[in-house]
Design a protein around this ligand. Structure first.
Ligand code: GAL
Length: 688
């Protein structure tokens, strides 16, 4: 009998990077499309899936036209049969609402449900995600199909959970249709409590005579038409987009929770203009992250990039489900990724589990022979023959039965935290990027520097739990909420080392420049003021150099000349041109900790230069100091429980001269004290 522990949102742990998923087992399987195959193939599948260790498949996210071929006429036979056959083999179903692929009859009858791009052109039927989440007509149809599915499947004991829609905002997040004009106005009316004067003030609409007399006058912003738009207007539009999709999802959530409170709910992200830390995820039991590491074409860089993406996913709400994990090369119109080499799928899977996946489904069971993704390869090839990818998945499936119980309930240990997971901060950067790298780009390179040296690096939002984090880096968050400062100050006073990158806290939550001297709300804590700043467009021509000890680095992108408060020390000075002699990096002891302010962009070179000082100040040690380069080490923990992952990303054998004492979870035997890890092999052990 299936016991699902998630039952609605009541009593669940607060969203945060340490939150584990509330699952009673490790769900393992694949996305499955029975509608692509004939009956004979469908009948063969469950047995093979069970042989691969599956206990779950995900289905139906693109099957609306099949389930409701004509408005109001429903036919769920194919899924009834498939779910039953899978159930006989012990495989449960994660169903999806099919709203990412609206049927033709819907958009024919209601062309007003189509999204409209910034040029005023309506999107078309012919691919997917063409309908607007704010359209009342589309919302009505979304509720209808969700209700019909919920009513039909509510008593089916093999259906244990639901995924809402599929990858909201994956292809397109903006919309300028008439429903969005009204929706945006309503959103603003709510935000400014009906006071148009407050909006004019917050947006600074006196500039360029943009002043509005009523909310009805406001339209969605269209940058470049004719020219630059107001960044405050744009930021609120991005907030509106998140709000609209959250409401759209909430319609479905309400129906599903009412139909069966035992179902657990998820959604597969992660895409722009959705605030996954907010109401969107509070509506779910667990957030999903679709993981496609092969999008990074460089095999040497790939593990670091993958680790970064997983850590970024975890930063939003905690441990996650991977509803789609790459299971082969993917190809679409203009690209075809490399084929993962033998062992690569397995080690990518372990990297995902190590860094917070509490459930994992591959995309997809079998490559489809037609449609826009006919070359997006699944576990099985087009000809339905199991080959090495199947063998590898099967091996993982068997292993997960042993590892799953040990990792559920644990969270990933983080000692170096980098600020991430704020939708508004990301959007604020986009609106006024000046061509500078985004927070994510810098975060990725800072993350990589610590990852490659074996530190327990992760991404953590400034309002999240920083206990255990010894070093915390806020890269370049132009927009910064003063409400986050008291907790950061406490963090520092209690011994944390806080690093603040250039431009941080220079804009307020309306996306306007702060009235105080920069770094605004962090000025006092950092003990610096930025006296001069500038963009470095061609840094090679007029090089600005930062020196620490005898070593120098030519900065990129941006420079700031700092004035230090009494008690703040220069950790590094500018060593060239007109800023020569001015402080470039500051250091201020606060309580038991310290604050470092960096007056330039944290490029890989500058990060490398500063890293030894930061490591020393924060008393950091690599996660498992004797580990050779190229072996990723991650620890998941809960109370005194410690599960270690050693993942050899090299193409050669790695010698582990010392290992934590405990049980090898892959073999069930006592782990050796030292040993060899074959190329692309993994070791998972529970410390005892
Ligand atoms: C995901 C999507 C899937 C499939 C896959 C491969 O983004 O959810 O439906 O398109 O990528 O491209």
């Amino acid at each position: 009998m299936n016991k699902v522990t998630n039952a609605g949102t009541a009593g669940r742990q607060k969203l945060g990077h340490k939150r584990p998923a509330d699952f009673d087992r490790f769900w393992f399987g694949a996305a499955y499309y029975p509608e692509h195959w004939n009956e004979a193939t469908r009948c063969r599948d469950p047995e093979r899936m069970a042989a691969a260790g599956f206990n779950m498949v995900r289905m139906a996210e693109f099957a609306w036209a099949l389930m409701e071929p004509v408005e109001g006429t429903f036919d769920f036979t194919l899924f009834d049969d498939t779910i039953a056959r899978l159930g006989e083999k012990g495989i449960k179903t994660l169903l999806c609402t099919p709203t990412a692929a609206p049927p033709r009859w819907l958009t024919r009858q209601h062309p007003d449900t189509l999204r409209v791009n910034a040029d005023g052109v309506a999107l078309a039927h012919g691919s997917r995600q063409q309908c607007c989440h704010a359209s009342p007509v589309f919302r009505k149809h979304s509720r209808r199909i969700t209700q019909a599915m919920a009513d039909h499947f509510r008593g089916n004991r093999h259906v244990v959970g639901w995924q809402t829609d599929n990858e909201f905002h994956c292809h397109f997040s903006e919309c300028h249709c008439p429903s969005c004009q009204r929706g945006f106005q309503e959103f603003l009316r709510g935000k400014f409590k009906g006071d148009i004067g407050a909006l004019n003030q917050a947006w600074g609409t006196i500039f360029w005579s943009l002043t509005y007399a009523s909310f009805e006058e406001i339209a969605t912003p269209r940058p470049g038409k004719p020219t630059f738009t107001n960044p405050a207007h744009e930021l609120d539009y991005h907030r509106y987009l998140s709000d609209a999709v959250t409401r759209f999802q909430h319609d479905q959530v309400e129906i599903l929770r009412t139909a069966n409170p035992q179902w657990w709910l998820t959604h597969n992200g992660l895409f722009s203009h959705i605030d996954y830390r907010g109401a969107f995820s509070e509506d779910l039991n667990v957030l999903g992250y679709d993981s496609y590491p092969m999008f990074c074409y460089d095999p040497v860089e790939r593990p670091a990039r993958h680790a970064f993406c997983l850590d970024r996913a975890r930063a939003w709400t905690g441990n996650f489900i991977i509803p789609e994990m790459q299971s082969g090369p993917g190809g679409q119109a203009s690209f075809f990724q490399d084929h993962p080499e033998p062992g690569e799928l397995r080690k990518m899977t372990y990297a995902a589990v190590a860094r917070g996946a509490d459930a994992l489904l591959y995309f997809r069971w079998r490559s489809c022979r037609f449609g826009a993704e006919e070359y997006w390869c699944g576990i099985l090839d087009h000809d339905d023959r199991p080959r090495r990818r199947f063998d590898e998945v099967q091996r993982v499936g068997m292993e997960m039965k042993r590892i799953g119980p040990a990792i559920l309930g644990t969270h990933v240990a983080v000692e170096v935290g980098i600020a991430a997971a704020d939708a508004a901060v990301n959007a604020a950067h986009q609106t006024l990027s000046f061509g500078l790298p985004g927070a994510d780009d810098v975060t990725a390179s800072v993350h990589q520097a610590f990852y490659e040296r074996g530190y327990a690096v992760g991404l953590v939002h400034p309002a999240d739990d920083l206990a255990g984090v010894k070093l915390y880096v806020v890269p370049h968050w132009e927009m910064f909420d003063p409400a986050w400062v008291p907790a950061l100050e406490r963090y520092v006073r209690e011994g944390g080392v806080l690093v603040v990158g250039a431009r941080t806290a220079s804009r307020n939550l309306d996306n306007n420049v702060v009235p105080e001297t920069v770094p605004g709300c962090l000025r006092e804590l950092a003990g610096v003021t930025v006296e001069e700043y500038g963009r470095q467009n061609l840094p090679g021509l007029r090089p600005l150099v930062i020196k620490v000890g005898g070593q120098g680095v030519t900065t990129q992108h941006w420079y700031e000349g700092l004035r230090l408060d009494k008690g703040t020390l220069p950790l590094a000075k500018w060593a060239s041109r007109h800023v020569k002699g001015q402080a470039a990096v500051s250091f201020r002891r606060v309580g038991k900790g310290a604050v470092v302010y960096v007056g330039s962009y944290l490029t890989p070179e500058l990060t490398k230069l500063l890293l030894p000082v930061l490591v020393k100040q924060a008393r950091l040690k690599p996660q498992w100091p004797s580990c050779p380069e190229g072996v990723e080490v991650v620890q998941r923990q809960a109370g005194a429980r410690r599960v270690w992952f050693f993942i050899n990303h090299r193409d050669t054998v790695a010698v582990l001269s010392k290992l934590p004492r405990g049980q090898n979870l892959l073999t069930g035997k006592r782990a050796p004290v030292r040993g060899k890890l074959a190329a692309r092999d993994v070791l998972v052990l529970e410390e005892k």
